[in-house]
Design a protein around this ligand. Structure first.
Ligand code: ADP
Ligand code: MG
Length: 380
């Protein structure tokens, strides 16, 4: 069952409590260094304003852990939002205008631990007539403003446009993908992705592994990996996953001491940092065969230019394809933005952990709460 959508919600003349994700990064001088997340929330905010509703926004920022910490104030986000919309933003309390941003919800213990202070969510509920969740990046957390709040609005709780878009691409499009469906999974650690790898193996036609996690798979086969990142606790699981012949490992890699091929492997004292040129060539041959492609996790230490080539080559390759290409994961999206290619993809997911959990489980606590609120609505 699908949650209500913002379009189905009657917002005219209503106060709409909207959970957004304004958890933006800051530079050393306390300035917002990337406002993508604020921009991503604009369509839902504008939609409500255009239909004659008032908007009361809620978000978290950083990890103040239930304490008021001035360095985690949302004030800079209120100012940025005001600039982007050209509309007065009340902060931190509702005022005369149509738009309010409340202060960081994580200044209250009742956000991350709703049972410790039920009064917090009750207080929030009083500020609105209906509820919208548009914070995909936090929809995998069962927090006060992401799940509990929905219970106060039976029949009046909906997903925002951003959340709906994520559900459409990561959910519907991947549930019945056009085939062949290939996935590329990279990143540092196998431990953070083992669940998603196992879930994807049931759906994909091929799964290409790269990045740091590849070395655990090589070690599991007895191939030398030198000083490369790996997790001994996952050797058995890696071995089991390898029994599925859909998994494709790199053919070579760039180490701190030059390029080496597999199965020869990496000698002592060298560390695997990026996929090698043969692997890039293999991906150039293979990936265009897919009708649907999912990519999560950089294929090397892309933060260092010397080891960004593999990740950048795959970003360029995918950007030039016509198939459905979906990217999930904070660092993968950062790598694509680094290359300025963000416009060329079917969908870039805004949520790192949330997109992985959604691909793995097919739902998220934030979505379940909205479905529950829809089902508990009185039948008129
Ligand atoms: P995402 O955020 O896209 O899900 P992850 O957080 O799982 O991606 O992984 C990103 C990190 O993986 C990057 O910081 C990158 O440097 C690291 N990484 C990739 N390849 C390697 C490698 N060979 N050795 C060490 N770290 C790696
Ligand atoms: Mg990451």
């Amino acid at each position: 069952m699908k949650p209500m959508t913002l379009k189905e919600l009657d917002v005219a003349g209503k106060r709409v409590l909207m959970r957004v994700d304004f958890n933006v990064p800051f530079d050393g001088e306390g300035k917002i260094s990337d406002d993508t997340r604020i921009r991503a929330a604009l369509p839902s905010i504008q939609n409500v304003l255009e239909r004659g509703g008032k908007v009361i926004l809620m978000s978290h920022l950083g990890r103040p852990k239930g304490e008021v910490k001035p360095e985690w104030t949302l004030k800079p986000c209120a100012e940025r939002l005001e600039k982007l919309l050209g509309e007065k933003v009340n902060f931190p309390e509702p005022g005369g205008g149509r738009l309010t941003l409340l202060e960081n919800v994580r200044f209250h213990t009742g956000e991350e631990k709703p049972e410790s202070d039920p009064g917090f969510v009750e207080g929030l509920a009083k500020l609105g007539d209906c509820y919208v969740n548009d914070a995909f990046g936090t929809a995998h957390r069962a927090h006060g403003s992401t799940t509990q709040l929905a219970t106060f609005f039976p029949g009046k709780a909906a997903m925002g446009l951003l959340l709906e878009k994520e559900v459409t691409f990561l959910g519907e499009r991947l549930k019945e993908p056009k085939r062949p469906f290939y996935a590329i999974i990279g990143g540092a650690k196998i431990s953070t992705k083992i669940g998603v790898i196992a879930a994807l193996l049931k759906k994909v036609d091929k799964l290409f592994i790269g990045g740091g996690m590849a070395y655990t798979f090589f070690k599991a086969q007895g191939i030398p990996i030198g000083e490369s990142i790996h997790e001994d606790a996952f050797l058995d699981e890696a071995r089991q996953l390898m029994e599925d012949d859909k998994i494709v490992l790199p053919l070579d890699c760039v180490t701190t001491k030059g390029v080496v091929t597999f199965p020869e492997g990496i000698s002592e004292g060298a560390e695997g940092m990026d996929i090698g040129p043969k692997t890039v060539e293999m991906l150039k041959r293979e990936l265009p065969k897919a009708e649907t492609l999912l990519w999560n996790g950089p294929l090397g230490v892309f933060e260092m230019p010397a080891y960004a080539k593999g990740t950048q080559a795959v970003a360029q390759l995918l950007a030039g394809l016509e198939s459905c290409r979906i990217i999930g994961g904070g660092d993968s999206v950062a790598a694509i933005q680094q290359a300025g290619l963000q416009e060329r993809f079917t969908h870039l997911s805004t949520g790192g952990g949330a997109s992985l959990e959604f691909i793995e489980k097919g739902t998220l606590p934030g979505l379940d709460a909205l479905v529950l609120a829809k089902n508990s609505a009185p039948v008129l």
